[in-house]
Design a protein around this ligand. Structure first.
Ligand code: SPV
Ligand code: MN
Length: 608
């Protein structure tokens, strides 16, 4: 039987008609294979129609994966208590026999495919399977990558409709030309709370060769939403092979003098201020997580891979995040996940207002003081609780930049680390290679939120991408370094660190100081202000920051603060170079240029 015949027999006529509209034998083969394997009770094919999207929303409620909250458009979804974050240990890249990739969890491809196909056999029995079409990047552009998602979770499909651009028409338009990514997900058997039951069989297997990702027995978005971090592994590989950049970066517009618009990307490890930077209320958001950067006529052009936000909700409060707060309290379409709900209202940790003493949360029925089976007190919401919302809900989204098929010209690229004692708050690289190597490839962040005075544990996280790398880091860096050669106009590269501390542990900066660094970087991109040359790059002059603090925050900025923040900490920088160099020496197959640039920096620091 041909795949098409199989689909005709297996699907309702109405659903089969939708598939027939797409002329792509590879798609038919894929669908037939996985519908047969997962063996759902029924299959729903989603087109780009409002009606089909509404069907998904309705199903999420009917199947109990989401519940309506008091405010229109708001729903709550819970993941299992032990299924609240990306499962790094059970996420594996499938590789040919004998291949190992440093830092990356790999598994023999044949073995992995066999295991996941066994786990997925009949996994959707009795359930409805949704087949959804999306694209990464703006439609009908050089950025566009089509993708098909199979999932038996209406919550996952619903999330994707909020986060990604619809792609059914694009599949129809491309027909056999569509070089698409494939995602197969099943939440597996569900418990009475409609959360994945068989966590021991949770797997996320990434088949680079087949450009297919399998995800089973999990619901948490980072493990299941195919187009997010699962597709990211596939697009990093494509980018390295094709000579462009697929990055874990926000994309934002910084508003300069006289209406000037300058676009910046920013890569920061989790919890280093990425989303809060992208959402500063007087600047403009284009994206908060993933950016594609290509060269176009010698310019670096960036586009948001997504069109929505899957953001961390802990700590969002009215004072520091007025825009997010407003969005979360308006009748937008929002999925809250793993927060506390009382009387149909969502509550989360550190929201700056009193939180009820009981309700329902990620642990089921919750009351203040409730402990889990390990004796840990359960907080009102999970640390990684999230909100899922489209970018068009934000009043400061740059919608034109979001959808333009040419992307926007990237003026600056920021790498954001987290350390108490090394990087100054902001500095500019001497050139592309200096920035890529000493800022991007040397990115570190502290894993623990250090208690007063105590130093956090530094973790190496180049380009904030270590969790997602799908190629050898040497290849990835070589591509980055070579990308420069395609550029006539090069983005400036900057490094920021919002987390400097005094010797006694006190923070050296306030939360909003970052908005001043952004304005300074914008001016530097256009050569509007001078800077001071140091061994590790250019730093701002006191006078410029003083003026900007007044202009942006209406605050005074003392020379004493400036000197504490911007002193070049030579021993710490030298120690960092040593750490980073050792990591790359141990890995092997790293472009020689990396060691040369680090050596030059060491030399400058010693001479200073
Ligand atoms: C991150 O952790 O970097 C996220 C959320 O953006 S996740 O989808 O889990 O990757
Ligand atoms: Mn992310």
């Amino acid at each position: 039987m041909t795949p098409e015949d199989y689909l005709k027999k297996r699907l309702d006529p109405e659903q089969f008609e939708k598939i027939k509209g797409i002329d792509n034998p590879e798609l038919n083969e894929f669908l037939a294979k996985y519908i047969e394997l997962l063996n759902p009770a029924r299959v729903f094919i989603c087109t780009d129609s409002k009606e089909d999207e509404n069907y998904i929303r309705r199903r999420a409620i009917e199947y109990g994966e989401e519940k309506s909250l008091a405010m229109e458009g708001h729903t709550i979804h819970y993941d299992g208590y032990y299924d609240q974050a990306r499962d790094k240990a059970r996420t594996k890249i499938l590789v040919p026999k004998g291949v190992e990739i440093p830092f990356i969890n790999t598994m023999d491809r044949e073995k992995g495919l066999k295991e996941i196909h066994e786990i997925m056999k009949d996994i959707a029995k009795g359930k409805e399977l949704f087949v959804c079409f999306f694209v990464l990047g703006p439609k009908n552009s050089v950025f566009t990558i089509p993708a098909v998602q199979l999932t038996d979770s209406a919550y996952v499909a619903h999330s994707e409709f909020i986060l990604y651009r619809k792609g059914y028409e694009e599949f129809k338009r491309l027909g056999r030309e569509a070089k698409f990514l494939k995602f197969v997900h099943s939440a597996g058997e569900l418990d009475e709370r409609k959360t994945s039951k068989n966590i021991d069989k949770r797997r996320v297997y990434i088949d680079l060769e087949g450009e297919t990702v399998y995800s089973a027995n999990t619901q948490y978005g980072g493990n299941t939403i195919g187009l997010k971090k699962l597709a990211f592994r596939l697009t990093i590989k494509r980018a390295v092979e094709e000579g462009w950049l697929s990055e874990h970066m926000f994309l934002m517009r910084i508003n300069g003098p006289n209406g000037r618009k300058t676009y910046f990307t920013g890569a920061y490890p989790s919890m280093c201020g990425k989303t809060s930077t992208a959402m500063i209320s007087w600047e403009n958001i284009v994206g908060d997580d993933l950016t594609f950067i290509v060269d176009m006529k010698g310019e670096a052009r960036g586009a948001n891979v997504e069109k929505g936000v899957f953001g961390i909700i802990q700590g969002v409060n009215q004072e520091d995040d007025p825009i997010i707060w407003e969005v979360l309290h308006s009748p937008n379409e929002i999925i809250f996940s793993n927060v506390l709900v009382k009387d149909g209202k969502p509550y989360w940790n550190e929201m700056g207002i009193p939180i009820p003493d009981e309700g329902e949360n990620h642990s089921g029925k919750w009351w203040r003081g409730k402990k889990d089976s390990e004796g840990n007190e359960i907080s009102p919401s999970h640390k990684n609780a999230r909100f899922t919302v489209s970018l068009d809900a934000f009043p400061n989204t740059d919608l034109e930049a979001l959808e333009t098929p040419c992307g926007v010209r990237v003026g600056g690229m920021i790498f954001g680390g987290r350390d108490a004692d090394t990087w100054p708050p902001v500095r500019e690289a001497f050139d592309w290679a200096h920035g890529v190597i000493t800022m991007g490839a040397a990115l570190e962040s502290e894993t623990t939120a250090a208690t007063l005075g105590k130093e956090g544990v530094r973790a190496f996280n180049p380009m904030a991408i270590l969790d997602f790398l799908s190629v050898h880091i040497g290849k990835y860096l070589k591509n980055y370094l070579e990308f420069e050669k395609k550029l006539r106009i090069k983005p400036k590269i900057f490094a920021v660190n919002y987390f400097l501390r005094e010797k006694d542990g006190k923070w050296l900066n306030h939360k909003l100081d970052k908005s001043v660094w952004l304005k300074w970087m914008e001016l530097r991109v256009h050569g509007d202000v001078d800077a001071i040359k140091t061994p590790v790059g250019y730093i701002p002059k006191y006078e410029d920051l003083k003026r900007l603090f007044k202009e942006v925050l209406n605050k005074d900025y003392s020379r004493e603060d400036y000197e504490k923040q911007f002193v070049i900490r030579v021993p710490e920088f030298l120690a960092k170079i040593e750490r980073i160099e050792k990591i790359y020496r141990d890995v092997g197959n790293i472009p020689e240029e990396l060691f040369k640039v680090l050596e030059e920096e060491r030399h400058r620091l010693i001479e200073a």
